[in-house]
Design a protein around this ligand. Structure first.
Ligand SMILES: [Fe+2]
Length: 379
């Protein structure tokens, strides 16, 4: 039997510099809704499992490598037999446990520098989506920011640190993934913090059916020995906020990314929301210290990572390298945004409806809607 490799082990081995190859044995059209993209292009192969079996029978396997191959399928059922076959043929083959379904829910945990009032700060990197959630621990209490739908790994980490989760906080109503915050707060009987302007369905104004604790500009969420202050930065959504801790860390959601900004066109009012976004940026520049580290809810490319693979940079560093933040004149900024508009997946409308509890998908539907990379940045 070929050995299995978990998604977490796969990432650890690639990040340690091992020359691992990914062999995706799904039909090519499935790759459109996401694939494991942690290896360089020349180490990624897509060959359907059945054609590999035929090629093996004919002695013509179209793969030439003595480096390890991680075989991945949809759910982890067919990658094992294919990895076995390759192993018999002399390849060092591994089967990715749980397949793409598990990959899409895998969270890679990265420790970030703590702040004056936080004991631990942990980033949960959902590499399949390019989204980031956070666990903030202070004095035995913890706050979860922007969690994905599957929060088990976050809960386990909090428990292993002896920290009691006292709340879930959302930077905005997400469009690209189903949030785990409403369900998590319900199950644990703790508050779900959300700005009221993000509590309804943005396309027709229908009020959501979620129960939440309303936050607004200047609100403070206290836990342990820390105080998290809320900064309202509308633009990507009307109720977008950042969470600021100790003037050292800013959880910026889809406001400020490392290289871009959260797109202001998802609500169908791009001119109006671009104006709001500009005003939010101007206020941020006036009020935030340049040294504050911005931790966004998303990233798009590997180049946004720090050497330790975490995502987060000081406002000064982001300002120095981000194209939109270098623009200091509103008309030029508006033009920059408007010339970079792109379509967005139709499923985002469904996800927003789910996130305000106006739609209740089955587990299979949720997996289908929640698949693939985010498209939240301008550009
Ligand atoms: Fe977003």
């Amino acid at each position: 039997m070929a050995p299995e490799i978990t998604p977490e082990e796969l990432v650890a081995r690639v990040e340690a510099g091992e020359p691992l190859h990914i062999l995706d044995i799904r039909a090519p059209e499935w790759l459109l809704s996401g694939r494991i993209d942690v290896v360089p292009e020349d180490r990624f192969h897509n060959i359907i499992g059945s054609s590999l079996q035929q090629a093996a029978a004919a002695g013509t396997i179209p793969l030439k490598t003595d480096e390890p191959l991680a075989v991945v399928c949809a759910r982890g059922a067919s990658s094992g037999p294919v990895a076995d076959l390759l192993k018999h043929l002399g390849f060092e083959a591994l089967s990715v446990a749980g397949g793409m379904q598990r990959w899409m829910h895998t969270l890679i945990q990265r420790e970030l520098p703590a702040t004056a009032s936080l004991d631990r700060l942990i980033q949960f990197d959902r590499m399949g989506k390019g989204s980031l959630g956070y666990l903030l621990i202070s004095d035995g209490e913890a706050l979860v920011i922007d969690p994905p739908r599957k929060i088990d790994a976050i809960l386990e980490t909090a428990a292993s640190e002896g920290a009691k989760i006292v709340g879930f906080a959302e930077t905005h109503l997400h469009a690209d993934y189903i949030s785990g915050a409403p369900a998590g707060s319900n199950a644990m009987g703790v508050p779900y913090y959300l700005h009221s302007e993000d509590s309804f369905y943005p396309y027709d104004g229908t009020p959501g059916k979620i129960s939440y604790e309303s936050i607004e500009d200047g609100s403070v969420i206290e836990f342990g020995k820390t105080k998290v202050s809320v900064f309202h930065n509308p633009g990507h959504t009307l109720g977008s906020v950042s969470f600021l801790v100790d003037d050292e860390a800013a959880f910026t959601g889809d406001f400020v990314f490392i290289r871009s900004l959260g797109r202001p066109d998802l609500g169908g009012k791009v001119a109006e929301w671009t104006k709001l976004l500009w005003a939010s940026l101007e206020r941020m520049r006036a009020e935030w210290p340049e040294s504050i580290i911005c931790y966004p809810a998303h990233y798009s490319v590997d180049a946004e990572r720090n050497p330790d693979k975490s995502i987060g940079k000081s406002l000064a560093d982001i300002t120095a390298s981000s194209e939109p933040l270098q623009i200091r004149e509103e008309d030029a900024f508006t033009e920059w945004v408007l010339t970079r508009q792109s379509s967005f997946p139709e499923v985002y409308k469904k996800i927003k409806a789910i996130n305000v509890a106006l739609l209740n998908p089955t587990e299979e539907e949720a997996d289908e809607y929640d698949a693939g990379k985010n498209e939240c940045a301008v550009g």
